[in-house]
Write a protein that binds this ligand. Structure first.
Ligand SMILES: Nc1ncnc2c1ncn2[C@@H]1O[C@H](COP(=O)(O)OP(=O)(O)OP(=O)(O)O)[C@@H](O)[C@H]1O
Ligand SMILES: [Mg+2]
Length: 360
C-alpha cells in the first residue's frame, strides 16, 4: 500500500532531470498543488523547494486566475500546450515577467508549467528608455536652468536696492522674502547645472574608499538607530573615474535611503547595506562587458512609492515633502559619465539601488 508521502518522493526522482535546466519548471496537479519544483524555480522564487511543493501554484502569480484556468483547460483536455505572459511573485524582489507554457502529460494529474523569464528583454527596453530620457532631459534642463538663472541676479539686486530705500520694517520683510527665494532658486539652478559644468576629474578610484567616505558622512548625520553593513569584495580593482562624483552619487542614494528609514531609525531597526561584487560577462546599456563593478545600496525601509517608481530618475520627481527630486537624476548622470547605469529594485522592506560600472 502506498503511503501519502510516496507520490511526492517518486515525483522528485522522476523529475530530477528538470534540475539541469535553466528554465523554471513546476509539475502541478490539476487542482493547482505543486508536485515538483526544479532548482531554477526555487532560485527565482527565493524560497526552498520544500516550501514550494504542496503550495497552490497559481498563487505564485500576480493574477492567479490565468494559470488556474489553464490548469482546468489542461485537465479537461482542451489543448496540448497553452502559452501566455504573466508576472511571477518573488520574495524580496519585484515580480518577474515570464512567458508561461502549460503542457499536458499523459497523466491527467501531472501538468508541466514552464516559465521563461522575460527579464532580459524587459531590462534592455527599460535601459534604452532610460538613456533616451536622460539625453532629452539634459537638454531641457540646461536650457531651462539658464533661462531662470539670467534674470535671478537682477531680481535679487533690485530687491536689495529697494530695501536700502525703505524705512518700514514691515516692508523690509517683503524684500527679504524676495531675496531669500531668489537665493533658493539660485541653489536649485546651480544643482541643475552642476553635472554639465563640473570638470571630470579623472583618477584611480577605489570603490571601497568611496563607500567608507559615504558611510562616515551618513553615520555623522544619523548616529543612532541606523546600522551600516559593509559587505565588500575586496578583490575589486581600482578603475579610472571621478572620485568626487562617485561619492556624491553614493551619498545621494544612501541619503534617500536614510530619509525613507525614519520610522526604522526611531525604532532602532534601520539597516543600510553597501555590497560590492564583480559581475562577469554582463550586458547593460546595449554593451556587453567582460567585467563590471556592482555596488548595491540596500535599505530595509518602506520602498519606493508605486506612484513614482517608473520615474524616480526623472528630474523634479520627488515622493518626499520638501524634496527637490534631483538627487537621483544627478546620480544617474554621474554614473553615465562613467559609462555605467543605476537600476532600482524595490519592494516594501527591501530596496536595492544597483550601480553598475564597467571595469578595465
Ligand atoms: N531608498 C528609497 N526608499 C524609498 N523611496 C526612495 C528611496 N530612494 C528614493 N526614493 C524616492 O525617490 C524620490 C526621488 O529621489 P531623489 O533623490 O531624486 O529626490 P529627493 O530625495 O526627493 O530630493 P533631493 O533632490 O533632495 O535628493 C524620493 O523623493 C523618494 O520618494
Ligand atoms: Mg534625494
Amino acid at each position: 500500500m502506498a503511503s501519502a508521502a510516496a507520490p511526492a518522493a517518486s515525483a522528485a526522482v522522476r523529475f530530477q532531470s528538470f534540475d539541469l535546466l535553466a528554465t523554471l519548471v513546476a509539475v502541478v496537479h490539476g487542482n493547482g498543488a505543486v508536485l515538483f519544483a526544479n532548482a531554477a524555480l526555487e532560485d527565482a522564487l527565493g524560497i526552498s523547494r520544500r516550501a514550494i511543493v504542496g503550495s497552490h501554484f497559481p498563487d505564485s502569480f500576480t493574477e492567479p486566475a490565468h494559470l488556474q484556468n489553464g490548469l482546468q483547460g489542461a485537465g479537461g483536455n482542451q489543448f496540448a500546450a497553452l502559452r501566455y505572459d504573466a508576472w511571477l511573485k518573488r520574495l524580496n524582489h519585484e515580480a518577474l515577467p515570464v512567458h508561461v507554457i502549460v503542457t499536458q502529460t499523459e497523466r491527467a494529474d501531472e501538468i508541466i508549467v514552464e516559465l521563461l523569464p522575460l527579464e532580459q528583454q524587459a531590462r534592455q527596453d527599460r535601459e534604452e528608455r532610460l538613456s533616451e530620457q536622460a539625453q532629452s532631459n539634459k537638454e531641457l534642463i540646461r536650457n531651462l536652468a539658464h533661462e531662470i538663472k539670467n534674470p535671478l541676479g537682477g531680481i535679487r539686486g533690485a530687491a536689495q536696492l529697494l530695501e536700502m530705500e525703505m524705512e518700514s520694517r514691515e516692508l523690509i520683510e517683503y524684500t527679504q522674502v524676495i531675496i531669500h527665494e531668489a537665493d533658493r532658486l539660485q541653489t536649485l539652478v546651480d544643482r541643475l547645472l552642476a553635472p554639465h559644468r563640473r570638470p571630470h576629474l579623472v583618477g584611480d578610484v577605489n570603490i571601497h574608499e568611496v563607500c567608507e567616505r559615504v558611510r562616515s558622512l551618513i553615520l555623522a548625520e544619523f548616529p543612532k538607530g541606523l546600522k551600516v553593513v559593509r559587505d565588500y569584495d575586496t578583490s575589486i580593482p581600482e578603475f579610472r573615474g571621478d572620485r568626487e562624483q562617485l561619492i556624491q552619487t553614493v551619498l545621494n542614494i544612501a541619503h534617500n535611503a536614510c530619509q525613507a528609514l525614519v520610522e526604522q531609525i526611531t525604532q532602532g531597526q534601520a539597516c543600510l547595506t553597501f555590497r560590492t561584487r564583480i559581475a562577469r560577462q554582463t550586458t547593460f546599456g546595449k554593451q556587453r562587458y567582460r567585467l563590471a563593478l556592482e555596488l548595491h545600496v540596500i535599505d530595509n525601509g518602506p520602498g519606493v512609492p508605486d506612484s513614482i517608481k517608473d520615474r524616480i530618475f526623472y528630474p523634479l520627481v520627488s515622493g518626499r515633502e520638501g524634496g527637490s527630486g534631483l538627487g537621483l537624476t544627478l546620480a544617474q548622470t554621474f554614473v553615465q559619465q562613467h559609462h555605467g547605469l543605476i537600476e532600482c529594485d524595490s519592494v516594501p522592506g527591501h530596496t536595492d539601488f544597483k550601480i553598475l560600472i564597467p571595469l578595465p
